[in-house]
Write a protein that binds this ligand. Structure first.
Ligand SMILES: Cc1cc2nc3c(=O)[nH]c(=O)nc-3n(C[C@H](O)[C@H](O)[C@H](O)COP(=O)(O)OP(=O)(O)OC[C@H]3O[C@@H](n4cnc5c(N)ncnc54)[C@H](O)[C@@H]3O)c2cc1C
Length: 512
């Protein structure tokens, strides 16, 4: 396995103090913005507080294992259409990644012995679901077919900034029907569409889980646009795992950024966005160093941006209103496991969801997510071993106010419980453990720099689809946000969309 050492960066490399654009954070949203702008000739500086790029799409190495920090079910690596935004983002800076296709998106293990695989082949998936709910044959097809209609609208047009009137006019004249289709679905939620066609409550619970496993809210709160993307692209571009691990995506984007003349500085934690005459003009690092730019982009969450990087008296009213509509989702309790290969029976799929009781779908440590990337790329673990990354939603409040010993004991107990539950699908998991690292919401907060370790914003009540999600411009002139706190939300392909939009809006603003 080739291991890339942590970048050593002499201070004198960052000789300039003024740039066109400064991006705070090198998550995929930040890096796509940076590469899009660098490719257009802008002078870009990315400031990342950690020592490698990627944020939630980063990685770490222990004892011969290369673990993905978070994401591992990757959309956006398709070869056709316009929604393959990771492929396109890399291509914009002359980069590409070898990917390994995954024939099954998820293997569900749900209450009432509801066992189901979501195959890449759409008809095979529908047949599997219809075999369990034969009385809902027509409803199943109509629901998922309607999701395709949404996807087909998106997948015909170039996906750029919806805040740019010139682009909106152009795309409307090129694809009037697709634009009208998207306008229709923008205020809708997946649950409303499902209930139009489906009445079986068990099947509706399954649709809730289909949404929850990436939106962390049930179908009635999940925007139809996002559901259209996920429920169709998994059968179109498919799920594709980057060879060498998810961390490769950020590393390749950084390589492309630097080749295009952009710069990235690691261990560079911004603690203030400098405001002059009401406008964002620069940033200050914790070591006191200052950089100025024509435009500032924050890839931190909205809570971190507006509560930590800006003076409290500057929190715009619009931002306060947004907080009435959206709340922080929980973080996760994560186990990064190295296990003996014999634990996994032949035919085991890469991604699993486990839930024993529907009442617990949204509960603390209710739904369990599992990824086994070494089934696709064995080079990520020593020979004869696999990586099992498992995580379950958890709130930071449950991990605070503990002594170091209490915290360690609580971690061990929670990990033991998770492994016990996983024994149901992987008998012998406990006995086959070779390595274990436990992460709590506090770990996510610390290493991912995300307030409370949150996975991102979720609607605090039922909202009108995606209408309430903010775009990239903020109420502070010169300051933009990018990443999962902006339209269209969480997931690598979604934040890549946000990066394309942000880069486009800034390029227009700078006249590039
Ligand atoms: C456990 C888990 C599993 C997931 N699984 C999937 C999956 O299977 N598929 C999928 O598509 N998505 C998945 N996601 C979601 C996906 O990883 C995120 O939505 C996405 O990576 C967020 O990207 P982002 O650009 O918003 O920023 P982030 O990844 O949050 O990156 C922000 C970066 O900014 C840096 N930063 C923050 N503040 C500062 C500062 N003040 N100064 C300097 N740097 C700063 C941070 O260090 C970080 O590197 C998962 C997430 C988690 C946590």
């Amino acid at each position: 396995m080739t291991v890339r050492s942590i970048y050593s960066q002499p201070e004198e490399r960052f000789h300039k103090s003024e740039y066109d654009v400064i991006v705070i954070g090198s998550g995929i949203g930040g890096l796509v913005t940076a590469t899009q702008l660098a490719a257009k000739g802008a002078e870009v500086l990315v400031l990342e507080s950690y020592n490698i790029p990627g944020g939630s799409a980063g990685y770490f190495e222990r004892e011969g294992y290369r673990f993905d920090v978070g994401a591992s079910m990757i959309f956006g690596f398709g070869t056709q259409g316009t929604t393959n935004l990771l492929t396109r983002a890399l291509d914009a800076v002359n980069m590409s990644i070898e990917t390994i296709p995954d024939p099954v998106q998820i293997h569900y293990h749900l209450p009432d012995r509801l066992e189901l695989k979501v195959y890449k082949d759409y008809e095979k998936f529908l047949a599997e679901l219809t075999a369990i709910f034969p009385h809902e044959k027509e409803g199943i097809r109509r629901f998922y077919d309607e999701c395709w209609q949404i996807f087909n609208c998106l997948n015909t047009m170039e996906l750029l900034s919806l805040e740019e009137p010139g682009y909106l006019m152009r795309v409307f004249f090129q694809h009037p029907l697709a634009c009208l289709g998207l306008a229709k679905y923008l205020p809708q939620n997946a649950g409303d569409i499902a209930r139009r066609y489906i009445s079986d409550e068990k099947l509706l619970q399954f649709i809730d889980m289909e949404c929850y496993c990436w939106s962390v809210v049930p179908a009635e709160k999940t925007p139809a646009i996002n559901a259209g993307m996920v429920f169709s692209d998994r059968h179109y571009g498919g799920i594709n795992y980057p060879k060498g691990g998810v961390g490769q995506i950020a590393q390749k984007l950084v390589d492309g950024l630097e080749k295009a003349g952009g710069e990235i500085q690691y261990r560079a934690r911004v603690n203030q966005i400098i405001i002059e005459n009401g406008k964002a003009v620069g940033v200050k690092l914790i070591n006191g160093k200052q950089y100025r730019a024509k435009r500032i982009v924050s890839n931190a969450t909205r809570w971190d941006t507006f509560e930590k990087l800006l003076p409290q008296e500057n929190i715009p009213t619009k931002e306060k209103k947004w907080r009435d509509r959206y709340q922080k989702s929980p973080s996760f309790l994560s186990l990064h496991l190295g296990v003996e290969a014999k634990v996994l029976p032949p035919g085991t799929e890469c991604h699993h969801i486990l839930l024993e009781d529907w009442q617990n779908m949204e509960a603390e440590q209710g739904t369990i997510f599992v990824s086994i990337p070494t089934l696709l790329d064995p080079d990520l673990a020593p020979e004869g071993y696999h990586i099992v990354h498992t995580f379950t939603p958890s709130w930071i409040e449950n991990w605070q106010g503990l002594s170091p010993q209490e915290y360690e004991e609580k971690k061990e107990a929670a990990a033991g419980k998770l492994i016990d539950r996983l024994e149901k699908i992987f008998p012998g998991l406990d006995a086959g453990l070779d390595y274990m690292e436990i992460g709590t919401p506090k770990t996510h907060r610390r290493y991912l720099n995300r307030q409370d370790g949150t996975y991102g914003p979720i609607p605090s009540r039922k909202l009108a689809g995606l209408l309430g999600m903010p775009f990239n411009r903020t109420s502070v002139p010169g300051l933009y946000c990018v990443g999962d706190s902006t339209f269209p939300g969480q997931g690598l392909n979604a934040v890549a969309f946000s990066g394309f939009s942000c880069g486009h809006r800034i390029a227009v603003d700078l006249g590039l």
